[in-house]
Design a protein around this ligand. Sequence first.
Ligand code: RNT
Ligand code: ZN
Length: 410
Amino acid sequence: MSYDEAKKKYSSVGVDTEKAIETLKNVTVSIHCWQGDDVTGFDQRQSLSGGIQTTGNYPGKARTPEELMRDIDESFSLIPGKKKLNLHASYAIFDSDPVGRDKIRPEHFKKWVDFANERGIGLDFNPTFFSHPMVKDNLTLTSPDENVRKYWVEHGKRCVEISEYFAEMTGQPCLMNIWIPDGYKDIPGDRLGPRKRFMESLDEILSVPYDKNKVFITLESKVFGIGLESYTAGSAEFCLLYSATRHITPLMDNGHYHPTEKVSDKISSLLIFSDRLALHITRPVRWDSDHVVIFDDETREIAKEIVRCGALDKVFIATDYFDASINRTAAWVIGVRSVREALLFALLQPEKQLKKLQDESDFTHLLALHEEMKIMPFSDVWEEYLRRENVPLNFMDAIDKYEKDVLSKR
Ligand code: RNT
Ligand code: ZN
């Protein structure tokens, strides 16, 4: 079926494909830098810790900033739409001797700013509270050891400064996300203490003056990590209440909840009480495994909620996954394209009709319409969108060529 026929078919159920394509054009997805090197970074090059894990050893992993930048360019060329690049503090680039994470400065990220500005994209940022010798007994901002806690508070403060520098240099707001792995493998003897220390540490970090129109600080919760199965200080309740009382932005990662909980169902509640909401889109398979995002039910449902709530300008959409078992450039492309597919799919839903059927308690027609929408000629609209964005439908030829010419030589 051609785009014109698809357009007619959608129009028969009251959906305007042109409007959907136009709206999608302006949606930004913040793409995580860490898919390219299995979350290794350039400062410590320590093995990954903090209860998160990559599995696999597919050849071609980026080893230097130059290699990572080249891989990002390659994948960005195959991903349609507006992008930001999401960096971690561990991706600092040192010309001479590396400094500790409590001493990093904007100058250590100048090359990333140049990279972003040359491509006209914004930057987001994350302090890195893991894979570092100062993480003591799996603890950072919650550590009972004042030296450790202070070190990480200082890191957080330095990151606020760097985020502001990113916003100023790129002319686009910078979202700075705080996630700490802190927790315990087994039943804790004290649940309150670590959370109180977490609160105090966050308050200290946030005491740094920063421009709240330029830097949006977010806090990401998590239910458990590997080796931290029994308790995490930054639970959902802690992070939501902290964000609400300190007027920062909550961040939900859809791998961070109990397996039957769905982030898609949480979005509307958060949007009622928070002006902004940030998301990490990932694919948890049985646990927070961070598989590459695909065009699956939950990704579509998350996208539908953002669209239906009229919240495309309130929700910061970012990707967060890391697969080391397949071509990493392809992993970036497949995952981020899936997010954009889900957004387009969401924009092509007959929202008004669905709402009307629900309000009239006509659940039979509601179910039938949901099902009908799944087999509409979506792919024709997606192809048309790609054509207008000048991005090829089939990207694997480019990926194979890049693997042969570049990745296989590493
Ligand atoms: C970990 C969190 C966190 C990290 C990144 C690397 O479970 O999802 O967002 O994935 O900061
Ligand atoms: Zn995350």
